[in-house]
Design a binder for this molecule. Structure first.
Ligand code: GLN
Length: 450
């Protein structure tokens, strides 16, 4: 813990990954754990961990990267955070993020822009960019992120870490401030596949406080890892839509080399198609914004966070508090989300998106008749320059083209670092899609390629 705090002190001025650091408190906790001694029931005994600022944790601010929650300190722990604590982890800080997890670069944080430790002129990805950067800068051993449309996998790819989005329902969302409730999942960003497996084993499982968490046994994910042997006989599906035009040649080359390595280890490659990929962005942004507009209605200046004191009456107070508290991207999404849900437009937009979501799910069901695992790039490009895309929301949304179908289908996915681009020297992530609740097989395959 002391070493991680020292590392934070030297690297934080360059990368701005964290919104708060629990220096004294985490040293005290580490000392207490040390006095108790190691304990088999505490698999993360004394491990310094960072948590995305969208997850409630007692005694720490939980801002969601938003002015509207600037001084909010939750009275309870998110289940994932409580489980980390029970497992002996030391929560040393809270990670920066795009406001309410809306974005792909962490430039939408109301407080600061996180920089990519590999090249500080570039973004770390988003929305869990603080979580990716803190792991890549060796400030901690693991971080929690959340993934609604790629927010764990994208920063993992840009920062050269492992990022795992579990199946919908695998990890309790209790205490995660909701963005798109039917899409959100919490998962780890780590330095290795084994670390991701260890953290998932701790945070997974049923929780009576989240009715969408599934009551299924949690396997010991780390015990299932067995190196390259796991790839023998595995049929890897390569979706045509992911490997063609529009993907940066460096990204393609590194991903291709990783698939070749899998073949050398005994895997077999199968050509597949996910024919509705072209509709994924439109479908996702309708559903996610609709859910967000509903979820963010709770920030009314009354119950939590910022309240405008100059308002003359109630409606005026709502308006002023929300106008001052929410940033531009969040306001854009609330407006679009409200529009697609409004009577007269609901059938044309929201219902249509829900129907296309079914087709996207079916694409995966059909693909998995021919293969066991699906691989492609996590993102069409490596990390882009800070300020390069942020003024162009549509281009920013396109960064999610390869990650969002997975959330629409509820499946697990992982981004694995597969080397550095030949010319840019920036990390490249290979995305691996697994089958529903088969995180053990997904992690084993990723471990085989690591
Ligand atoms: N970039 C996507 C969005 O802005 C995904 C974000 C996320 O997964 N939280 O909605």
């Amino acid at each position: 813990t002391r070493a991680c705090l020292a590392r934070i002190e030297t690297t934080e001025p360059k990368i701005d990954a964290l919104l708060s650091v629990q220096g004294e408190a985490s040293l005290a906790r580490a000392r207490a754990l040390d006095a108790e001694g190691p304990d088999a029931r505490k698999p993360l005994w004394g491990v310094p961990v960072v948590v995305k600022d969208v997850l409630c944790a007692t005694n720490t601010p939980t801002t969601c990267g938003s002015k509207i929650l600037e001084n909010f300190v939750p009275p309870y722990d998110a289940t994932a955070v409580a489980k980390l604590k029970d497992a002996g982890a030391v929560i040393i800080g809270k990670a920066n993020m795009d406001e309410f997890a809306m974005g792909s670069s962490t430039e939408n944080s109301a407080f600061k822009v996180t920089r990519n430790p590999w090249d500080v002129s570039r973004v770390p990805g988003g929305s869990s960019g603080g979580s990716g950067a803190t792991v890549a800068a060796r400030q901690c051993f693991a971080a929690l992120g959340t993934d609604t449309g790629g927010s764990i996998r994208l920063p993992a790819a840009f920062c050269g870490c492992v990022g795992l989005k579990p199946s919908y329902g695998r990890v309790s969302r209790f205490g995660m401030v909701a963005y798109g409730s039917s899409l959100d999942q919490i998962g780890p960003l780590t330095r290795s596949v084994e670390d991701a497996a260890q953290v998932l084993s701790v945070i997974a499982g049923h929780d009576p406080r989240d009715s969408t968490s599934v009551d299924a046994p949690v396997p010991g994910y780390a015990a299932a890892l067995k190196g390259p042997d796991a790839l023998k006989g595995v049929r890897i599906g390569l979706p045509r839509e992911f490997w063609g035009a529009g993907v940066n040649p460096e990204v393609l080359a590194s991903c291709r080399a990783a698939v070749d390595a899998a073949v050398s280890a005994g895997a077999e490659v199968v050509d597949i198609s996910l024919p509705h990929t072209d509709y994924a962005i439109a479908t996702y942004y309708i559903i996610a914004m609709a859910e967000a507009s509903s979820n963010l209605a709770r920030f009314d200046g009354v119950r939590y966070g910022l309240r405008d004191k100059d308002a003359s009456e109630l409606i005026d107070m709502y308006k002023r508090s929300r106008t001052r508290g929410f940033g531009d991207e969040v306001q854009r999404r609330i407006i679009i989300g409200t529009y697609v849900l409004s009577s007269g437009y609901y059938d044309a937009y929201y219902r249509k998106a829900a129907q296309v979501r079914r087709l996207i799910r079916r694409d995966f069901e059909q693909a998995y008749e021919k293969c066991d695992l699906i691989c492609g790039p996590t993102c069409p490009t490596p990390a882009f320059p800070i300020g390069g895309v942020v003024d162009d929301p549509l281009t920013m949304y396109l960064m999610d083209i390869f990650t969002i179908s997975l959330n629409l289908a509820g499946l697990p996915g992982l981004s694995l670092p597969v080397g550095l681009g030949k010319d840019t020297g920036l990390p490249v992530g290979l995305q691996m899609f697994g089958q529903y609740f088969k995180e053990d097989r997904l992690l084993a395959a990723a471990h085989g390629l690591e």
